[in-house]
Write a protein that binds this ligand. Structure first.
Ligand code: NDP
Length: 491
């Protein structure tokens, strides 16, 4: 323990322990095997190939999942086209709304089961899947159910029409929530979809197929093709797809943009980030500490808009970092199904290796590392919450997206310097500003090159609020009325 930590350590933080509070595992039962969801049926993949989805917390296999190839993707796109042309596109908008509304209600009814499934398959703490992922996923379907029959009001005198078949590729950090972000606006606008979940987290998308069945959604309106990156690539290349919506890494996003250049296929990209969370000396310090912790350790830092760079004003840097380190000692890392857990498992072995590699580079380049004392489980993929101080702007840990529970701390003296440093990144997805002065918030928000700027809070989401990036964080917006536009053409 450093001197600062000793000064702040109280007997309570040293001696107090939480009793285990496990959520029931048996509320969810996975099938041994899941086929592809095409035309309302679960079908075997033409490739004949399967892979296991494992729990990153225990490395236990949870279920076998189909690996879709080009022929499978073709069948799914065909089913989506058929459903679009022979029913869905001609359905009264108020009827479409009813399906979305039903899906939202069923997600609420089954939220406990789906939250447990999400935590098992992805490693995120149950209190996050229960209190964030599931309520927001349902809220997205409710919200877009409301828009389905009001498109003429949303886009007056523009004659909004659906595009046709949307191909949607999602990542592993918020599997069901990203599915909701993609499927709800697409369906509300009158499209049908083929969605590819991430390789490491396909199970809630497969459970969602049962939600579609319960809601009596017409066959082929939603199709789910599981697989790996090659499955996503087949979907992108398919000539029968009218629009691709992708969330994931900037690298894959760029490859998709190259692939689609000149084809006329619509595209939206929601890519990485390296957000600055900027703390001024006049802010409420303890509130800001909570915001910084939430900004980077929420969902193990597997968040595209994570506040992974803390910019703190030099005059309060020592005090602030002391408080932050003390707060870190109280974070509970471990079993995702324990309701007390703050930081769960890293999503995959590959992601753990990437985090380790970037953390090693930070040490080599000269940054100072701090990790609170915590015992990590022996099995599974884990990484302790980490803070780097003495970070220079040129270090990889200040430039690259780590996508893990790792915070890089930099300092500044003036608002101009904070702004310069915050914008010194290839990304532009989000930022946070902590200050008592409203005028400073507005001054900063106007100049920060970021799609979302949170003031005296962080990681707040609402279906009515558009989300998306500048620069290498992508283009297009999801959420709000803006989120409908990429799924429509105008007469
Ligand atoms: P990817 O970008 O590879 O994955 C996102 C989705 O795209 C997955 O469904 C993936 O499938 C699919 N995919 C992969 N390759 C292709 C391709 N050539 N064409 C079409 N689809 C493809 O992210 P990773 O999972 O590899 O994560 C790597 C890094 O990306 C992370 O460390 C993080 O920095 C960043 N990332 C950012 C996210 C964000 O929200 N901004 C989300 C996830 C990752 P599959 O899973 O089967 O490979």
């Amino acid at each position: 323990m450093t001197d600062v930590e000793k000064r702040h350590a109280t007997p309570a933080t040293l001696e107090w322990e939480y009793a285990p509070a496990p959520e029931a595992r048996d509320i969810v039962s996975f099938q041994q095997r899941y086929g592809l969801f095409v035309g309302g049926e679960h079908v075997e993949p033409r490739t004949g190939e399967w892979f296991a989805s494992i729990s990153p917390a225990t490395e236990e296999p949870l279920a076998e999942v189909a690996l879709a190839g080009a022929e499978d993707v073709d069948l799914a796109v065909g089913a989506a086209r058929d459903a679009y042309e022979n029913g869905w596109s001609g359905l009264r908008a108020s009827e479409r709304a009813k399906y979305l509304f039903r899906i939202a209600r069923i997600l609420q009814e089954r939220s406990r089961e789906l939250a447990v499934a999400e935590s098992l398959d992805g490693g995120k703490p149950i209190k996050e899947s229960r209190d964030v992922d599931l309520p927001l996923a349902a809220a997205h379907f409710f919200y877009y159910a409301g828009w389905a029959d009001k498109l003429e009001y949303a886009f007056p005198n523009r004659g909004p029409q659906p595009l046709g078949v949307a191909g949607q590729i999602i990542p592993w950090n918020f599997p069901l929530l990203m599915l909701a972000w993609k499927i709800a606006p697409a369906l509300a606008a009158g499209n049908t979809v083929v969605l590819k979940p991430a390789e490491t987290t396909p199970l809630t998308a497969l459970l969602f197929t049962d939600v579609c069945r319960q809601a009596e959604l017409p066959p082929g309106v939603v199709n789910i093709v599981t697989g790996d990156g090659s499955t996503g690539a087949h979907l992108v290349k398919h000539a029968g797809v009218d629009k691709i919506a992708f969330t994931g890494s900037t690298e894959v996003g760029k490859a998709i943009q190259r692939e689609l250049a000149g084809t006329g296929t619509r595209l939206t990209l929601e890519l990485g980030g390296k957000a600055a969370n900027i703390v001024f000396d006049d802010c409420a310090l303890d509130q800001a500490v909570e915001g910084i912790v939430n900004g980077i350790y929420f969902n193990q830092g597997h968040v595209c808009c994570a506040g992974s760079r803390l910019l703190v004003q030099e005059s309060i840097a020592e005090t602030f970092v002391g408080k932050l380190k003390r707060r870190l000692t109280t974070l509970r890392v471990g079993d995702p199904l324990d309701k007390n857990t703050d930081v769960g498992a890293i999503n995959s072995k590959a992601q753990l290796e990437k985090i380790r590699e970037l953390v090693a580079s930070g040490k080599e380049e000269g940054a100072e590392i701090y990790q609170p004392p915590c015992v990590l489980p022996e099995k599974g993929y884990w990484f302790a919450p980490t803070v780097f101080t003495n970070v220079a702007q040129s270090y990889r840990i200040a430039q690259e997206e780590i996508f893990g529970p790792v915070l890089s701390v930099l300092t500044f003296r003036t608002p101009e310097e904070a702004l310069e440093k915050a914008n010194n990144t290839a990304y532009g997805l989000s930022a946070g500003v902590w200050t008592e002065k409203g005028s400073r918030i507005l001054w900063m928000a106007e100049r920060l090159r970021a799609g979302v700027v949170w003031a005296n809070t962080y990681n707040r989401f609402d279906p009515a609020s558009p989300f998306g990036g500048y620069k290498e964080s992508g283009f297009g917006r999801e959420g709000g009325r803006h989120g409908l536009e990429p799924y429509l053409r105008f007469e």
